[in-house]
Design a protein around this ligand. Structure first.
Ligand SMILES: [Zn+2]
Ligand SMILES: [Zn+2]
Length: 194
C-alpha cells in the first residue's frame, strides 16, 4: 500500500561501492535554480569531512522528464540519471543540489537519494529552509554528507548521533548532525581505499 501525507523519508541505495584510489574531487552540481552561494557554502565542511577537493560544477537544468505536474514535484531518480551522464571521470563523486521538492513514487517526498553503483546522489534544500541561517547550513551539510555516505555503500545507522541515522523528521536530522560514528568512519575509509 502506498502511504501519502505524513511520511518523511530519504530514499537510499545500498549497493556496495568499489574501492577507488583516484580521482579525489567531489563535484557539487547546482540543479536548476539552486542558489550558487548556498551550494558553494557546502565546500568547507565537505572538504573537511571527506578530505577531498570540492569543486562546484556548472549548473545543469532540472530534467523536464523529472517533473510530475500532478504532484508538482521532481522525481529524484530522473535527476540521478542526468547527474550520471554529467559526471566526469576525474570526479570521485557527483552530488546534485536541488531547490525543489523531490519524490520517489511510493513516498510523498524525499530529502535526497543516492546511487552507489553510479557514484551520484542528489538532495534538495527546499525542505531544509528556516530563518536560522546557521541551522539551514547545518541541515544542508547533514543531508549532503548523508547522501554522499550512501554513494560509498554506507547504510543507515542505529546510532542516533551518526549522520547515517535515518531521519523521519527535520528535528531528528538536526539532532544527528554531520559526523559519522566510528564504525561508519571506518567503513567509509575502507570503501574509498584509504
Ligand atoms: Zn539515507
Ligand atoms: Zn553510523
Amino acid at each position: 500500500m502506498i502511504s501519502f501525507g505524513l511520511i518523511l523519508a530519504s530514499a537510499c541505495s545500498f549497493a556496495v561501492a568499489h574501492p577507488t584510489t583516484a580521482p579525489r574531487a567531489i563535484a557539487l552540481v547546482p540543479l536548476g535554480e539552486a542558489p550558487a552561494a548556498e551550494v558553494g557554502a557546502l565546500s568547507p565542511i565537505l572538504r573537511a569531512t571527506f578530505g577531498a577537493e570540492i569543486l562546484v560544477a556548472p549548473a545543469i537544468p532540472l530534467p523536464q522528464d523529472s517533473y510530475d505536474a500532478s504532484r508538482r514535484q521532481y522525481r529524484s531518480a530522473a535527476i540521478l540519471n542526468v547527474l550520471s551522464r554529467a559526471r566526469r571521470p576525474e570526479w570521485e563523486r557527483a552530488l546534485g543540489v536541488a531547490d525543489v521538492d523531490l519524490f520517489v513514487p511510493d513516498l510523498n517526498f524525499v530529502f535526497g537519494e543516492a546511487d552507489s553503483r553510479r557514484g551520484v546522489a542528489v538532495f534538495s534544500l527546499a525542505r531544509l529552509r528556516t530563518s536560522d541561517e546557521a541551522l539551514f547550513a547545518r541541515r544542508a551539510a547533514t543531508e549532503a554528507i548523508h547522501e554522499l555516505g550512501h554513494t560509498w555503500g554506507l547504510s543507515h545507522c542505529t546510532d542516533p548521533h551518526c549522520v547515517m541515522w535515518f531521519s523521519n523528521t527535520l528535528s531528528e536530522s538536526d539532532r544527528k548532525g554531520t559526523r559519522f560514528c566510528p564504525r561508519h568512519e571506518e567503513e567509509l575509509a575502507r570503501a574509498r581505499g584509504r
